[in-house]
Design a protein around this ligand. Structure first.
Ligand code: ATP
Ligand code: ZN
Length: 287
């Protein structure tokens, strides 16, 4: 009997491709990458990887052609498929925004009444207009939305934005945000027990990678007289490790700190007499 494999769909090429591959690699899953390939098998994890267009991924996961997938939230909510969102993945961040000509006087959503809005996201845009009680004409186009106002095809656009430079280069300004989006892991609503078990293993690894990404390992030398003060500055997972140094009266202290607070803590540690401070990345963090 063939053993169960979890089938994951990821984008074949495009903005999510590199980070999706990196996430699987960081989870210790090895396979050959997908250039000119439809699918491949992992060497050391019960997983098959399908390389697809991002727009097709929700449908494939709904139909159980793939068990799980990595795709932007924007695509999931636009396509409205029956899939379960498991985990935000922290990459592919963008927003679906409304933009109008830079010189337009935009004074709120009422501006959009009876205007023509070009977008590749008609479902999300019409939801937004409905919520604001605005009636406007949605022009669904499949690409290069940002040029629509310039060629007289539309008065406004709704498109994905990250830095805003594309809008700027096309003489547009961002005026409303419809949705904030990032890549997420989705799954088919009913996975069998075998696939569920593999998914749990994968999720455990993804969460360990994420926790590690936001934390640093810190090592420092401290005079014993100041140990109490220095230890009180370190949050740590439980309590810091304290080891005597060869030099009498000194100890080595090891702990884990949050990325957001480590500059702050380092200043305080220095003033409390800590020396030889090392901050090193953590690859995985198993809690
Ligand atoms: P495909 O050939 O797979 O259909 P695509 O051209 O539709 O690719 P990409 O441009 O690669 O898609 O974008 C994939 C996803 O990346 C988007 O759906 C979105 O979730 C995310 N993304 C992040 N930043 C941006 C951005 N600035 N513009 C567009 N998409 C972005
Ligand atoms: Zn696409």
């Amino acid at each position: 009997m063939p053993s169960t494999k979890l089938k994951i769909a990821i984008q074949k090429s495009g903005r999510l491709y590199d980070d999706s591959l990196k996430l699987l690699k960081d989870c210790g899953i090895d396979f050959k990458d997908g250039i000119n390939k439809l699918k491949t098998e992992a060497d050391n994890f019960p997983m098959e990887v399908f390389f697809l267009r991002d727009d097709d991924i929700p449908q494939y996961v709904e139909d159980a052609v793939a068990d799980i997938g990595i795709v932007g939230e924007n695509v999931i909510y636009e396509k409205n498929k029956k899939v379960t969102v498991m985990e935000k993945l922290g990459f592919g961040k963008c927003r679906l925004s409304v933009a109008v000509g830079r010189n337009e006087r935009y004074d709120g959503p009422a501006y959009l009444s009876n205007k023509r809005i070009a977008t590749t996201y008609p479902v999300l845009v019409s939801g937004f207009l409905q919520k604001k009680n605005i009636i406007a004409e949605i022009h669904e186009i499949s690409g290069s939305v940002e040029i629509a106002p310039g060629i007289g095809l539309a008065d406004a656009i709704a498109d994905l934005v990250s830095s805003g430079s594309t809008l700027f280069m096309n003489g547009l300004k961002e005026v409303e945000t419809i949705l904030h989006s990032e890549a997420v892991l989705i799954r088919h609503p009913n996975l069998d027990a075998g696939r569920h078990e593999i998914l749990e293993k994968l999720l455990f690894r993804i969460r360990s990678v994420h926790k590690a990404r936001h934390t640093k390992y810190i090592l420092l030398n401290a005079p014993n007289a100041n140990l109490k003060e220095i230890i009180s500055l370190l949050p740590g997972m439980k309590s810091p490790t304290v080891l005597p140094l060869a030099e009498p009266g000194w100890s080595s202290v090891h702990s884990v700190v949050n990325e957001n607070e480590f500059w702050d803590i380092i200043e305080k540690l220095k003033s409390a007499g800590a020396q030889g401070i090392l901050v090193v990345p953590i690859e995985k963090m198993i809690l």
